[in-house]
Write a protein that binds this ligand. Structure first.
Ligand SMILES: NC(=O)c1ccc[n+]([C@@H]2O[C@H](COP(=O)([O-])OP(=O)(O)OC[C@H]3O[C@@H](n4cnc5c(N)ncnc54)[C@H](O)[C@@H]3O)[C@@H](O)[C@H]2O)c1
Length: 283
């Protein structure tokens, strides 16, 4: 089950990073988007990040060109028919993800592994729309993917041991430390982290402190690399909202309920860094 050809569905924040780290590891990569404009936007963001690395002397121009030559963009899911592994990284929505998994199951080689980068949704539910639930797993990368060392691999009750071993080897090949979690809402990291981020928003909304002081408190008090509101902006407030709603629906625990301020900011289109405005201004 050696993985040489990888497909990534979605070239947003996560998909573009996943495609990049796979190509950096020498793998042959295809990445898809919903339309050509979004594909060009995603590939453009990736190229801009790589160019910054070249300018800062972190990689050579030849390295960058090599990475980009191993990535092909497409808007046609049928192009994934020759992949050993396909990682879905589209919007956090179960119906959309199930639709993609059903399509992939028809298109892909019978031996291909199908993975999702979901932050919290039930993976067995996605696996059951395919005829290969034993070959479906979670590969949950962290943002920004080229920098964050962690890969949370998620096993469902149906994922085979052989597939998990192939997933672990793939994770290590792309330079990540792999941890294994069960298929439960939020797995390990988001089960702990999402309530923390939501509590920071609730604290701000209740007027207990300013956003700067909440972030500085966590930054210096816990020695975290950034404050929780800065982190919310980095994750994307729409994605955080989808995650909170999905985890609350499943767990019915109020600590996962989305604060009303979060819903209002999403309605206003203030989604964090990706729209240049969230808790902070990035223009
Ligand atoms: N943002 C984070 O910090 C983070 C971290 C870990 C995991 N995740 C998970 O990764 C997934 C993607 O999140 P993101 O932050 O990259 O979101 P994003 O909004 O930046 O990107 C999602 C992309 O998927 C594309 N897309 C939607 N439908 C598609 C289709 N049918 N075919 C191809 N592309 C399609 C969208 O156009 C969009 O560009 C979600 O499941 C999210 O929960 C996000």
């Amino acid at each position: 089950m050696e993985i040489k050809k990888v497909g990534v569905i979605g070239c947003g924040l996560m998909g573009s990073g996943i495609a990049q780290v796979c190509a950096q590891a020498g793998l042959d990569v295809k990445v898809s988007e919903a339309n050509d404009a979004l594909l060009q936007k995603g590939l453009g963001a990736m190229k801009a990040g790589l160019s910054r690395n070249v300018e800062k002397g972190r990689m050579t121009k030849e390295d960058m060109e090599g990475i980009l030559s191993r990535i092909k963009g497409t808007t046609n899911i049928a192009d994934f028919s020759d992949r050993d592994l396909v990682i879905e990284a589209i919007t956090e929505n179960m119906d959309l993800k199930k639709k993609i998994f059903a399509e992939l199951d028809k298109i892909c080689l019978p031996t291909a592994l199908l993975a999702t980068n979901t932050s919290c949704l039930s993976i067995i539910e996605m696996a059951m729309v395919t005829k290969r639930p034993d070959k479906v797993l979670g590969l949950h990368f962290f943002n920004p993917v080229p920098i964050m060392k962690l890969l949370e691999m998620v096993k469902t009750i149906a994922t085979s041991a052989e597939v998990l071993e192939a997933g672990k080897q793939f994770g290590e090949k792309v330079g990540k430390k792999v941890i294994v979690a069960k298929d439960s809402p939020g797995f390990i990291v988001n089960r702990l982290g999402i309530p923390f981020m939501l509590d920071a928003i609730r604290m701000l909304d209740s007027g207990l402190a300013t956003k700067e002081d909440i972030d500085t408190g966590v930054l210096l008090g816990f020695n975290h690399p950034m404050g929780p509101l800065t982190l919310c902006d980095m994750v994307g407030l729409d994605t955080l909202y989808f995650i909170a709603n999905a985890m609350y629906a499943e767990l019915k625990d109020p600590k996962f309920a989305a604060p009303s301020l979060l819903g209002k900011m999403v309605a206003a289109g203030w989604l964090g860094r990706k729209t240049d405005k969230g808790f902070y201004d990035y223009k």
